[in-house]
Design a protein around this ligand. Structure first.
Ligand code: 8ID
Ligand code: ZN
Ligand code: ZN
Length: 353
């Protein structure tokens, strides 16, 4: 078995107060508990959730001080004595779901994201914006050795979440799905998973650069919410019979599309809410929802099986999010770009710089 020298101190990005900014500094390396592993995080994707966490956007408190991050890909360098199925040197991933009780009625049915005792990476426990991060061994993603840790990092939240959302939508191959926020991190992956699952993706986002990227990733059509004069009609027109997409994946970080989706979804279609804009509410006309038999639902990350399936799509070369890599020390710059909606695809941070 490989042996690793784990330092006592490491570089991390720390949220010291709600609202930020992040502070790049040295902090102690923690030791894993009996059922945990310590992962030397090499790369971590930056999800919009990390920005929500820093800004205190949601009605759920974070720990403070907080190390964010939940798309961490790295190498297992230490483990507790109860961990039997992971070896030192294996590749593993820190996901949003850092741990769960494995005994409640949700965990028993593989709905572990709904566990009332769930631990959340980069929210209720420290996450992957540090060089050494801890997670429950049962929950870390098993990443095959041949995978590129830099490219696979965004799969660990964005990939799993949109893959699960597509499964929850009930879509069948050949049908149409509208992906709202298609140029962002989750959206870029959603377009590719949709295509790989035999669906037609209608990407919705703002600006030409995002449109170009969405088309290159395989979308059948792109609707620009910033320039469209009649978005509802444009989305419907992107389906051959003009009746609208069979499902909508809402990944945007603004409330308006959440109010709009039931207007263009096809009768008997489903609207799947995934994005989490601060303070947002859903609103839909009862009349339309009833007589057009529309389903509205939420979808929240994925379980361990979804994780391995989402990684398998990556392994087969079917999904690859466009990403840019910067040093961990530059995380605040990434948040500044994210706030302005300027990121196409994902930013990945390299924890060695
Ligand atoms: O499990 C979950 N439900 C889960 C998992 C991971 C992330 C939920 N999320 C949530 C995040 O917390 C965040 O609220 O999903 C949302 C999207 O995360 P992201 O993909 O990491 O964000 P991004 O890269 O900033 O992309 C957002 C995109 O939305 C577009 C933006 O232009 C950007 O490309 N957008 C906006 I803001 N308004 C839009 C609109 N009206 C829009 N696109 C279309 N129409
Ligand atoms: Zn995320
Ligand atoms: Zn549980």
């Amino acid at each position: 078995m490989a042996k690793f020298d784990v330092p006592k101190e490491q570089w991390a990005q720390v949220v010291e107060k709600s609202g930020g900014p992040v502070v790049y500094k040295k902090i102690p390396v923690q030791q894993p508990g009996p059922d945990e592993v310590l992962i030397n995080v090499k790369y971590s994707g930056v999800c919009h959730t990390d920005l929500h966490a820093m800004m205190g956007d949601w009605p759920l408190d974070t720990k403070l001080p907080l190390v964010g991050g939940h798309e961490g890909a790295g190498v297992v360098v230490a483990k507790g004595e109860l961990v039997k199925d992971i070896e030192l040197g294996d590749y593993a991933g820190i996901k949003w779901l850092n741990g769960s009780c494995l005994a409640c009625s949700f965990c028993m049915q593989a709905d572990e994201p709904l566990c009332p005792h769930a631990l959340l990476s980069g929210y209720t426990v420290d996450g992957s914006f540090q060089q050494y991060a801890i997670a429950k061994a049962a929950h870390v993603a098993r990443i095959p050795k041949e995978m590129d840790l830099e490219a696979v990092a965004p799969v660990l939240c964005a990939g799993i979440t949109v893959y699960k959302g597509l499964k929850e939508s009930g879509l069948r191959p050949g049908q149409y799905v509208a992906i709202v926020g298609a140029g962002g991190g989750l959206g870029s992956m959603a377009v590719q998973y949709a295509k790989a699952m035999g669906l037609h993706a209608i990407g919705i986002d703002g600006g030409e650069e995002k449109g170009k990227s969405v088309k290159e990733l395989g979308a059948t059509a792109y609707v620009d919410f910033m320039s469209s004069k009649d978005l509802v009609q444009d989305v419907k027109n992107a389906t051959p019979d003009g009746l609208g997409p069979h499902a909508v994946l809402l990944l945007a970080v603004s409330e308006k599309p959440f109010q709009q989706a039931t207007e263009y979804v096809r009768s008997r279609g489903s609207v799947v809410c995934i994005g989490l804009p601060a303070g947002a509410y859903l609103k839909a006309p009862v009349f339309d929802t009833v007589i057009r038999m529309i389903s509205i639902k939420g979808s929240y990350v994925g379980n361990r099986q979804d994780t391995q399936e989402a990684l398998d799509f990556f392994g087969r070369g079917l999904v690859k999010v466009p990403f840019k890599t910067v040093g961990l020390s530059e995380l605040q710059n990434v948040y500044d770009l994210m706030k302005e909606g300027k990121i196409v695809g994902r930013y990945v941070v390299d924890t060695s710089r």
